[in-house]
Design a protein around this ligand. Structure first.
Ligand code: CTP
Length: 210
């Protein structure tokens, strides 16, 4: 199958030296890309800024902003069978990016923001028979919020994780997730390395397509 995987945070510029972003390291998305490639799939990885090297055997596209993520995902969705949106796309960006570094004496204490595009929502019309999987990074009401995402974004699955834990979610090498799928009870997986979560997720997609 042809997998399209997104990973990492996006960065939304305030001025040439400052930005809004989040704590995503890209580790989960990169692990999914690596697992899919190792299982013989053709993989394109679209990644926000991370310190991770491009995985061997994976076509990696580096982007910075939510807008660029949208453009790249739109371009690659038509040629994919499976979209796995592990990226932590920033929901807000500064309304304006200053051309020069802003000096503290001349800067307002408030920043005017506008919404970024919702990448998954925007490519929903292209879904067809493709498998779409989202991630839900939450700090409270994890399953309830993830269930809402499953339904509102009409996904085949949502991988829910509690990012307030120190052994799961952002930055660390392990994850503890619950897989939510339409019409089935939540499937809670044990704490395991992100590489193992990734293999299990890829196998789940393979079983769904079989
Ligand atoms: N997502 C996206 N575009 C955005 C925000 C999120 O495509 N602008 C995707 C993420 O990649 C993830 C899923 O939507 O697969 C859920 O992301 P999340 O940030 O948890 O949820 P939101 O829909 O942004 O809702 P909220 O921030 O209110 O929790």
């Amino acid at each position: 199958m042809r997998f399209l995987v997104t990973a990492g945070p996006t960065r939304e510029a305030i001025d040439p030296v400052r930005f809004l972003s989040n704590r995503s390291s890209g580790k989960m998305g990169f692990a999914v890309a690596v697992a899919a490639a190792a299982r013989g799939h053709v993989v394109t990885l679209i990644s926000g800024p991370t310190s991770l090297p491009s995985p061997a055997g994976v076509h990696t596209v580096r982007i910075e902003t939510a807008e660029q993520m949208l453009v790249a995902v739109r371009e690659h969705v038509p040629a994919c069978d499976v979209l796995i949106m592990a990226a932590a796309v920033a929901d807000w960006r500064p309304r304006q990016c200053a051309a020069q570094k802003q000096k503290k004496e001349a800067t307002a204490s408030t920043l005017e923001l506008e919404r970024t595009p919702d990448v998954l929502q925007s490519v929903l019309p292209l879904k067809g028979a493709r498998v779409f999987v989202g991630f839900a990074a939450e700090t409270e009401h994890v399953l309830a919020y993830a269930q809402r995402k499953l339904e509102s974004k009409k996904l085949d699955a949502v991988v829910a994780n509690d990012v307030s834990r120190t052994d799961a979610g952002f930055e660390v090498d392990t994850n503890q997730v619950t897989l939510l799928t339409p019409g089935a009870p939540p499937d809670t997986w044990a704490l395991m390395p992100k590489s193992a979560v990734a293999v299990r997720l890829v196998k789940w997609v393979e079983a769904l397509r079989r």
